[in-house]
Design a protein. Sequence first.
Length: 392
Amino acid sequence: MFSSEDIIRFREDTEGVNHVIHLNNAGASLPPNPVRRRVVEYLEEEMTLGGYETHTKYFEEIEGTYGSIARLINADESEIALVENATVAWNAGFQAIDWKDGDVILVTTADYASNYLSYLHLQRKVNVKIEVIPNDEFGQPDIGALPLMLNEQVKMVSVTHMPTNSGLLVDAEGIGAVVREHPCIYLLDACQTVGQYPLDVERIGCDLLSATGRKYLRGPRGTGFLFASNNILDQLTPAWIDLHSAEWTGKNEYIIRSDARKFENWEGNRAGTVGLKTAVDYILEIGINNIWERILELGAYTRKRLAEIDGVTLRDIGKVKGGIVSFTVAGKTAEEVKVYLHSKGINVSWNGRANTFLDMSDRGLDEIVRACVHYYNTKEEVNIFCKALSEI
């Protein structure tokens, strides 16, 4: 558990807290000062030394990013691919599967729009079937119903670990315990949980995991990664390749890499990469379990305070709720709430039905406001936010 001195240190490490109350961490967190400095320093060296030359100078640091991410999620370095964002990571894994007519994809009600759009887009090329795992009484995937849905036609179980519109934490480990008994691929979208929740791919049992750098990892925008288990790497064929992911061995011959880097391409944002490594190392140093404990406390406190405000309705579901706190305000659109709070120096965001169409439709919601806390936020900031919200 973090001490009060720890929180002071984290806030001293975060220049942004001197300018805003940032409750938009599920959009993009405020990066720690060491991350900002490392990115700027790297860019300055590229400007003076040259891009390739700077890459060569910091080759070992860049390569170390794989190891840092692997330690964070309990994977092997060979199972990590560095990409531009979570959508690229997710699609790199999804599009690498050999889809056939008749294949079935099991999905969750709270699936993110980009993922579900990919299922629908795939149906234009292959006759695959999408089946939604029903929710239990808490609004989370019913693990008890899952065994009844798994059969030889199921090619993939695709799960959004924490939806974009709610603090719901899906029991990824419980789903993994069921799925590992069947010959199908388990893809976990950890876009909102990496850096917030203690991810362990061995304990979860997923084959693929996609993540971004800009959210709870507190890394630079334009960074992300894909975990692809060594157990299935040889079954996956990248949708695109280049001279980094494959080797041209003859006029009509080439060899694709055997590790997860077959999902990468040569060119990339190296300043972003060293910034991502710095962000991950920061988390490894302070402890992901401590972060999760802090977020659970702040999230619960935020929900308690919001429940005390007339006209505010909490919209979170699930047994375990993380750092994304969703709500609506009577008589105000989500955009109006966001703009008003922004005028008070408070950053929040909002989601419309198109972001999580199935879940929002099932719950009769058109939109929600998100106040997303992180470990460097404070109860005092939450109090100021709630006071401003009550005045709207």
